[in-house]
Design a protein around this ligand. Sequence first.
Ligand SMILES: C[S@@+](CC[C@H](N)C(=O)[O-])C[C@H]1O[C@@H](n2cnc3c(N)ncnc32)[C@H](O)[C@@H]1O
Length: 257
Amino acid sequence: MINDYPIFVESIKDKTGIDLSLYKEAQMKRRLTSLFQKKGLKNFNEFYNELDRNSHALNEFLDRMTINVTEFYRNYKRWEVLQGKILPKLICENNKPKIWSAACSTGEEPYTIAMVMNQFMPCSQIAITASDIDENAIMKAKRGIYPERSLNEVPNEIRKKYFTRNGDYYNISDEIKRAVSFKKHNLLADKYDQMFDLIVCRNVLIYFTEEAKNIIYKKFSESLRPGGVLFVGSTEQIFHPLTFGLETEDTFFYRKK
Ligand SMILES: C[S@@+](CC[C@H](N)C(=O)[O-])C[C@H]1O[C@@H](n2cnc3c(N)ncnc32)[C@H](O)[C@@H]1O
């Protein structure tokens, strides 16, 4: 059978600007193959033709390639380290830290950052930029309405303080919402803003090739102010942080030298 994946990758890049060659190939191919087979299509060529003429299918494809799984306080212990060790120092150096939650999915992560920051300052002084490649996810994030399962790791007192129950769903408070501004941003193609005190980017780099990961770590490092911190996911340890001008501050936290 001919391998039509490379041509598919080229065509998708022309159509959407998304470069699938920078995502781990076996994993991405498996996910997309199961999607087109479900539609009764036989190969990537047929799949592309379908995506090209049917915007609904294109949306489904985007949904499948961007894995949006997330929750509030994901890996709770890490957020304790952020609150107890990392933020006090950052805030001491700059009392209005500039924060970026990159690949924020449906908003649980940047809103968690806002709730943690609110332990140190009023919501009106918190400014977090949150971004994702997926516009649907951003729309949900802006809405700020979540099912119970997103709140599994949220301690009771935090639940009471920042959420209002609405049937089976929970609405996040307006003051937390106002602390976060959302925008579309492709980590593999778009420009990065500068002078961040804290960049949180968790559970997305695992989907990228080593080459892409290294480019992104370098760009994150360039986007941090000296002394700024990068917070990564719990399977995303950086093995040679010094290569990127970073040093380990705690497990999964790296400080720009
Ligand atoms: C598994 S979620 C992680 C959400 C959150 N950071 C967390 O740890 O819970 C991965 C997110 O990465 C986003 N993503 C995938 N490729 C991206 C890219 N090239 N640029 C920006 N975001 C991307 C997806 O849309 C998805 O929302």
